[in-house]
Design a protein around this ligand. Structure first.
Ligand code: ZN
Length: 454
């Protein structure tokens, strides 16, 4: 007996012998990442289907089934699907907010059908920016947003070593929101932006989670399911762009294309770009207060008398305290299981207003030096460590960077050493290093040897 046609909304667990007439709207691969080796492993491939009622349902295709359904299933394609199973949906990281999902087995039939206008091309469940804070750390459903891209930053290296890029979106209620795109999602965005004409960029971004890191804005963070759609023909996005264009016209302006920014931040938390002299003279409102600024400067030296690494708590960046051969972390407030070593380098910096010193820690130092502290330490040998600056570290002298620095009462009284929160190397600043020019008297650079794969 031929299976009966059904709509997604009529499906329930274990329902059998029905036929769905659907479009595959999205297909993506999910990966797991090994924290130690950073190796990515494909877990499965996911597909979102939509029917003429605009109901959606998700399918997980396991790796062993993949060759049966791909490249048969394509984004945008229309199919008749039968002999599938209806199973419970994932409990977290859902792209479709539904209690059920599809599962295929060896009996499942997938038959490509003709294109039809009755089934929509897209469907998004858009979250308003004002509702985003209430979803902080909520991992049940992934978030989809629409907005105008007003700013985008340079690709940066995050504190976990991953590449990322921040973009700033504005919605119809004039609220802004940072979206952090990781790894290939950042590359994809850059390519799409380059391919788009120079006009305004209205986007829908999917597969996001709400995150917040200490002292920073709330951000929407990308994952495997993240997609960015530029200026697509989707009614809610068209309405957004038309209303923003109308508002701009009433003010006698037009909507500008995305602006490139050194660091992207929301209007509320925008950091001031200042000169070194401003940092030296800033008045802290209160003794315990910390202020953050952005400052573009050249690295002119590495302090010879401040060392280059410190012994840190394995769980957090706080330096450990040693008492009677035991290690304590005052931030974690407990005895620690040994310690790890992290970079701490005091650099001299200069701009056209003056000079001072910044403290360069951990990943920011690693980003500039190009090798992790552990490879320098294993190269020198744990027993031969001294406070002398290894030659490879002096290679950062001469670089020009935009630094985000923290100013606290600790930095007063000539102590300086303003802590760098993050940095971006300015384009072309390190070409002289690549050309082999030396910045130290201690012989040739070890960079080539240290950074070669072991
Ligand atoms: Zn700690």
């Amino acid at each position: 007996m031929a299976p009966q046609s059904a709509l997604i909304s009529s499906l329930s667990l274990n329902k059998k012998d029905v036929l769905l007439h659907v479009r595959a709207t999205r297909i993506w691969e999910s990966f797991s990442v090994d924290k130690k080796s950073s190796q990515r492993k494909m877990l499965n491939t996911k597909v979102v289907f939509i029917d003429e009622e605009q109901s959606q349902i998700m399918l997980t295709v396991w790796n062993n089934q993949k060759q049966d359904y791909f490249p048969l299933l394509k984004e945008g394609g229309v199919y008749d699907i039968s002999q599938f199973r209806v199973v419970p949906n994932l409990t977290g990281y859902r792209i479709v907010n539904s209690e059920i999902a599809l599962s295929f087995d060896h009996n499942t039939k997938v038959i490509p059908k003709e294109e039809t206008e009755r089934i929509p091309l897209f469907k998004f469940e858009l979250t308003k920016f004002k509702d985003v804070p209430s979803l902080l750390w909520n991992t049940k459903n992934l978030i989809e947003v629409a907005g105008l891209v007003t700013e985008y930053g340079d690709p940066e290296t995050a504190s976990n070593g991953a590449k990322k890029m921040d973009i700033l979106l504005l919605d119809s209620s004039n609220k802004d929101m940072i979206v952090t795109l990781w790894e290939e999602k950042a590359n994809g965005f850059q390519n799409d932006l380059a391919a788009a004409d120079d006009g305004a960029a209205f986007v829908i971004i999917t597969g996001l989670l709400v995150k917040k890191y200490s002292g920073k804005d709330i951000v929407l963070s990308s994952g495997d399911a993240t997609r960015t759609y530029f200026n697509i023909d989707y009614a809610p996005l068209k309405e957004l762009s038309q209303s923003m264009i109308r508002n701009a016209r009433e003010r006698g302006t037009t909507i500008p294309p995305p602006r490139k920014k050194i660091f992207v931040s929301t209007a509320e938390n925008a950091l001031k770009v200042v000169k070194i002299q401003d940092i030296l003279e800033v008045e802290l409102p209160n003794a315990g207060e910390i202020m953050r600024f952005i400052c573009e400067a050249n690295i002119i030296n590495v302090s010879k008398y401040d060392g280059w690494y410190y012994n840190s708590c394995p769980k957090c960046p706080k330096g450990i305290r040693i008492e009677e051969n035991k290690f304590y972390c005052d931030a974690c407030k407990k005895e620690t299981d040994g310690y790890t070593q992290r970079y701490k380098i005091i650099i001299g910096v200069q701009d056209d207003s003056g000079r001072t010193t910044f403290a360069l820690l951990n990943n920011d130092a690693e980003q500039l030096i190009g090798v992790p502290v552990r490879s320098i330490i294993s190269d020198l040998g744990q027993d031969n460590l001294t406070q002398d600056i290894p030659p490879i570290i002096n290679n950062i002298i001469g670089r020009r960077c935009a630094f985000e620095v923290k100013v606290s009462s600790y930095n007063r009284d000539g102590r300086a050493g303003y802590t760098v929160g993050r940095l971006i190397e300015m384009p072309g600043s390190s070409t002289h290093v690549k050309e082999g020019e030396q910045h130290n008297e201690a012989g040739p650079s070890k960079k080539a040897r240290l950074s070669s794969p072991k």
